[in-house]
Design a protein around this ligand. Structure first.
Ligand SMILES: Cc1cc2nc3c(=O)[nH]c(=O)nc-3n(C[C@H](O)[C@H](O)[C@H](O)COP(=O)(O)OP(=O)(O)OC[C@H]3O[C@@H](n4cnc5c(N)ncnc54)[C@H](O)[C@@H]3O)c2cc1C
Length: 272
């Protein structure tokens, strides 16, 4: 039997995972990227492999439960590229969410994880918190809440995922910008028309551009969001999550190594 030929455009975490899933089902897969695989959005995240605790606030219970099960899967697939981290929320008098609200959310998060829970969610006194983080501003500090989640080494994860795709026979084609995709399976690479049974558009933030360039209508629109991260020369025993009173955002401070901390914002709408 001749296996179907699938072209996947975009070798970020989504394209590469789709390529692996297709190869496991016996398809003949080619994975194209305009540049280096995993060099775009997938290498610029906040490096959390989380179950999405903050989506509980919007009532996305089912989504969070699914993500917590996926989190467990990633931990098993890539134990060397993931690490369990405890996240501490310091709570101040002017924090938008109070101690009991956050504790209820953290308990729900732990409960939803069920047997996939990575550790207990806890309530902390001001004293506990200052003992663990003496550099915290103690003025108006009421105490805190902690919960456990997973963080990732995105470069190591990229290596594992690309290695798995290649070992399953996926033909990875870096530095190959694709244009003129069609719903009948053709595309253009380096000026040449190529033919497949199916083309999958996994170009992340460029997904709409790809369709527009090829005059393909879609029911879906891409809503771009961006964030900014700073790598600080700092040492922290655990991750901290700060609430920004002015606009409800939260800011993560996640240890990356003994003396490096990633300071990250949450999503921000971005107009191109
Ligand atoms: C601020 C911020 C923080 C985030 N933090 C987290 C986090 O902590 N944890 C988490 O899980 N997720 C996080 N995310 C989300 C996560 O980063 C993305 O969902 C994920 O990286 C998207 O991967 P992708 O494969 O869809 O896109 P990308 O990684 O961008 O891959 C798309 C690929 O398509 C290629 N491409 C584009 N056009 C073409 C073309 N014409 N021809 C060929 N190739 C092309 C590009 O070169 C690129 O490599 C965060 C997102 C933001 C904005």
């Amino acid at each position: 039997m001749i296996s179907k030929r699938i072209a996947i455009v975009g070798a970020g975490v989504n394209g590469t995972s789709i390529a692996t899933a297709c190869a496991k089902r016996g398809f003949d897969v080619t994975l194209f990227d305009a540049g280096t695989p995993f060099a775009e959005t997938s290498s610029k995240s906040s490096r959390m492999l989380h179950g999405g605790i903050r989506y509980l606030e919007q009532g996305h219970i089912k989504l969070v439960r699914e993500a917590l099960i996926e989190r467990d899967e990633w931990q098993r697939v890539a134990p060397h590229a993931t690490r369990i981290e405890t996240f501490f929320f310091p709570i101040y008098k002017d924090s938008p969410r109070g101690r009991m609200t956050l504790f209820a959310g953290a308990l729900l998060y732990q409960w939803l994880a069920g047997r996939f829970s990575l550790g207990k969610s806890r309530l902390h006194t001001k004293r506990d918190l200052l003992k663990a983080f003496p550099e915290l501003n103690s003025e108006n500090l009421l105490g805190g809440v902690s919960y456990c989640d997973l963080v990732m080494d995105d470069q190591a994860l990229a290596g594992i995922l690309l290695g798995e795709a290649r070992s399953l026979g996926v033909n990875v084609q870096p530095n190959t910008p694709i244009s003129d995709i069609t719903t009948s399976g053709t595309l253009r690479a380096h000026g040449k028309a190529l033919s497949f049974d199916h083309v999958i558009n996994a170009t992340g933030p460029w997904a709409s551009d790809m369709l527009n360039q090829a005059n393909i209508d879609s029911r879906f629109d891409i809503e771009h969001v961006r964030g900014s991260h700073l790598l600080l020369d700092l040492s922290l025993p655990h991750a901290l999550v700060f609430q920004v009173p002015a606009d409800n955002r939260i800011i993560f401070c996640i240890p990356q190594s003994a003396n490096e901390v990633l300071l990250g914002t949450t999503e921000h709408h971005h107009c191109l």
